[in-house]
Design a protein around this ligand. Sequence first.
Ligand SMILES: [Zn+2]
Ligand SMILES: [Zn+2]
Length: 266
Amino acid sequence: MFNFLSVFAASYLWHSLGVTIGYHRLLSHRSFKCSKAIEYFWVLGGYLAFEGSPIWWAAIHRAHHKYTDTQLDPHSPRYGFKNAYYGWMTPKTYPVYIDPKQQCPDLVTDPVYKFLEQDGQWHKAHGLVAASGLLFRAGLWSLFGWQAALASALAGAAVLQIPLLLNVVCHTPKLGYKTYAREDDSVNVWWVALLANGEGWHNNHHAFPGSARSGLKPHEFDLSWMILRVLHSFGLVSQMHEATPETEPATPKIGELVGTTAKAAA
Ligand SMILES: [Zn+2]
Ligand SMILES: [Zn+2]
């Protein structure tokens, strides 16, 4: 039992930080810099939690920030719970207004990410992520036994729920609070922040999408930011963008892509 719980805890930490630090704050928002080895370490953690192709994830997420809670937002709960929760993942390819070459020029040149993206054929990319996840657990089973494999698979499945849940809960105004008045529905939700390593401070995040720090008030616990600060103190990450409680948020305009690379914003 101890073995099972410790593997579950370690796996949950790696996979969930892989999503929050790797897929989200690094690939989607470029809120800090690090070596390719560190980048791949986090992204692999997210990938093995069934997060899908990194280019696909970042392209959809950048579109979410660009069109937040409008009809072009890939997963706004304003236009249906089912679509916001999982329906947005089921089409065979990108909607016409999302082109990864335009919106993720910084990612499409990476050969690993390009391979995982399968030319935008989502069913192939999703198949690849499922096969990789299963193969990884089969490897764990053969090396460490079925308990380790099961604990890892359950942690990956739990982590997969985090962004899906967040897309719905943190865009439902009655479920949280707004520190920053915005036209969109983003809210801060404490229990999502606990489960999702600080990502639940989602109203703060929409106010400062390019910030590597999302928890701003003293009670807004942000594990991803704490880990990034530790990595920074060891020289493993650099140039972290940091919003503070005193920072004035930019006035958001629909169609403006904030917090990614200047090129991606064009
Ligand atoms: Zn959002
Ligand atoms: Zn974001």
